[in-house]
Design a protein around this ligand. Structure first.
Ligand code: C2O
Ligand code: CU
Ligand code: CU
Length: 419
C-alpha cells in the first residue's frame, strides 16, 4: 500500500485562514500521483490536475496523455488558504487511476480554522473528532484488495487500467474503516462532541444514524459553517461529502454503547463505529443559534446543464468522455451561475474551486441535509439538481466530475475554465 507520510489516512493538516502554506509532495511510490486538496480554493497549478503528475525518480519521460506534465520526484503545491474554516480532505487524482490509488491509501484530511470559528463555544480538543469513513476489502495478508484491471494497451486509450463492466457501478468493500481502523469504538464522556464526518469511500453511500437513537446537530457543510444549526435524525453522505455535526452524549446513561450505523446496508457494512459513554464530565461547550455569516447568494449570470450518464460503455458528461484541456464551460471570475445537474444513475457530483448552494431538487426545495455551501452533491437517478456556483478567487482550468471514483476513472470528468 501507499500512504501520505506512510500512514493511512495521511496526516491531518491544520490550516489557518490567511496563512498560506506550501506542501512539497515527494513521490516514493512506483506510480505517478497528483495530489488534490478537495474543497480547496487553490490556484490551478496546485489543484492536482489529473495529468499534472509527480513521477517516480527514473520514470521514462513518455507522457501517456496529451498535455501530460511530469515533475520528477517532487512537486510543491501552494495553497493560499484564503477560505473560511471548513473540513477539507486531500487525495490522489491521477488520470485513470484515482480509484485504485485512493483505495490503496492516498487520502487524508485537512482542517481550515479561522477567527469566526475560534470565537464559538463548540466542543474542541479531545471532543473534536475528524472521522474519515471508507469501505475497503482485504487480501488474506491484510493488504487492500482492489479488483484487477484489464490492460487494454491499444489505441487511443492505451495503457489505461480500466476495470471491466462488472465494476461500472463502482467498487465497494465489506469492511468499514474509520480513520483507517475497522469498526473502531471511541470512549466518550457524557458531553457534546464535534464529529467532522467525511465519506472517503470510492463508491459507497451511507445513511448515518445513531443507535439506540439520537440526533445530529449539523453545524457545517462541505465548505464551512452554516449560518445556523440544523438538526437531523439521519445524514445521507455520498463519496466526497463532509458533514460537521455535534452529538450530545449527555442524553445517554453512563455505560451506553452508541453505534453510528449505516441504514443503507445490512450486515457488516451496516455498522460504522461505536462510542461508549464512560462517565459524566463538565461541559462548557454549546451550539449557538447563530454560527457564522456565510457569503450570501449572488445573482446568477448564466444557466448551464451538465448531464451525467452512461454512453457507449463509458461514464460521460454531456455525452463526452473526459477530454483534458477541452472545457465544457467558461464561467467568468467573480460571477455565479446556476448549474443544472442531471443523470441516469446515482452520481455524487463534485466541482473543483467553485463552492455552491443547492437551490432545488426536481424543482422543489432541497433537503434539510443539502444546507450550506458545498462542493459535492448527490444527484440521484433521474433527479434534477440545481446548484448556484460561485467562481471566486482564481482563473484557469478546473474540473467537475463524479466522485464515485470508478465513474471518475471511467471518464466521468470534464474541464471548465474560469476566465
Ligand atoms: Cu475529491 Cu476532483 O476530487
Ligand atoms: Cu475536489
Ligand atoms: Cu457517477
Amino acid at each position: 500500500m501507499g500512504g501520505y507520510g506512510g500512514t493511512f489516512p495521511g496526516p491531518t493538516f491544520e490550516l489557518r485562514r490567511g496563512e498560506p502554506v506550501t506542501v512539497a509532495v515527494r513521490n516514493e511510490l512506483p506510480v505517478p500521483t497528483s495530489t488534490h486538496l478537495h474543497g480547496g480554493v487553490t490556484p490551478p497549478g496546485s489543484d492536482g490536475y489529473p495529468t499534472d503528475l509527480v513521477v517516480p525518480a527514473g520514470a521514462p519521460p513518455h507522457p501517456a496523455h496529451p498535455g501530460e506534465v511530469h515533475h520528477p520526484l517532487v512537486k510543491e503545491y501552494r495553497y493560499p488558504v484564503g477560505q473560511r474554516a471548513a473540513t477539507l480532505w486531500y487525495h490522489d487524482h491521477r488520470m485513470d487511476f484515482t480509484a485504485p490509488q485512493v483505495w490503496r491509501g492516498l487520502a487524508g484530511m485537512a482542517l481550515v480554522r479561522d477567527e469566526e470559528e475560534d470565537a464559538l463555544p463548540l466542543p474542541r480538543g479531545e471532543r473534536e473528532l475528524p472521522l474519515m469513513i471508507c469501505d475497503r476489502a482485504f487480501e488474506e495478508d491484510g493488504s487492500f484488495r482492489y479488483p484487477r484491471a484489464h490492460r487494454s494497451g491499444h489505441g487511443e486509450h492505451g495503457g489505461r487500467g480500466r476495470l471491466d463492466g462488472d465494476y461500472m457501478e463502482g467498487v465497494e468493500g465489506d469492511v468499514i474503516l474509520v480513520n483507517g481502523a475497522p469498526w473502531p469504538v471511541a470512549e466518550v464522556t457524557a458531553t457534546r462532541y464535534r464529529l467532522r464526518l467525511l465519506n472517503a469511500s470510492n463508491a459507497r453511500r451511507y445513511l448515518l444514524r445513531l443507535a439506540p437513537g439520537g440526533r445530529f446537530t449539523q453545524i457545517g457543510s462541505d465548505s464551512g459553517l452554516l449560518a445556523a444549526p440544523v438538526t437531523h435524525d439521519a445524514i445521507p453522505i455520498s463519496p466526497g461529502e463532509r458533514y460537521d455535526v455535534v452529538v450530545d452524549f449527555s442524553g445517554y446513561p453512563v455505560g451506553t454503547a452508541v453505534t453510528l450505523v449505516n441504514a443503507l446496508a445490512d450486515g457488516p457494512a451496516g455498522n460504522v463505529m461505536g462510542f461508549v459513554v464512560t462517565r459524566r464530565a463538565p461541559d462548557d461547550s454549546a451550539v449557538p443559534a447563530v454560527l457564522s455569516r456565510p457569503p450570501g447568494r449572488p445573482r446568477p449570470v448564466a444557466t448551464r446543464r451538465f448531464d451525467f450518464r452512461a454512453t457507449d460503455g463509458a461514464w460521460t458528461i454531456n455525452g463526452h468522455r473526459y477530454r483534458p484541456g477541452v472545457p465544457l464551460a467558461r464561467p467568468r471570475v467573480g460571477t455565479a451561475e446556476v448549474w443544472r445537474l442531471t443523470g441516469d444513475f446515482r452520481h455524487p457530483v463534485h466541482v473543483h474551486l467553485a463552492h455552491f448552494q443547492v437551490l432545488a431538487r426536481n424543482g422543489r426545495p432541497p433537503a434539510a441535509t443539502d444546507a450550506g455551501w458545498k462542493d459535492t452533491v448527490d444527484v440521484g437517478p433521474y433527479e434534477v439538481v440545481d446548484v448556484l456556483a460561485r467562481f471566486d478567487g482564481h482563473r484557469g482550468t478546473y474540473m467537475l466530475h463524479c466522485h464515485n471514483l470508478e465513474h471518475e476513472d471511467m471518464a466521468m470528468m470534464a474541464d471548465f475554465e474560469v476566465i
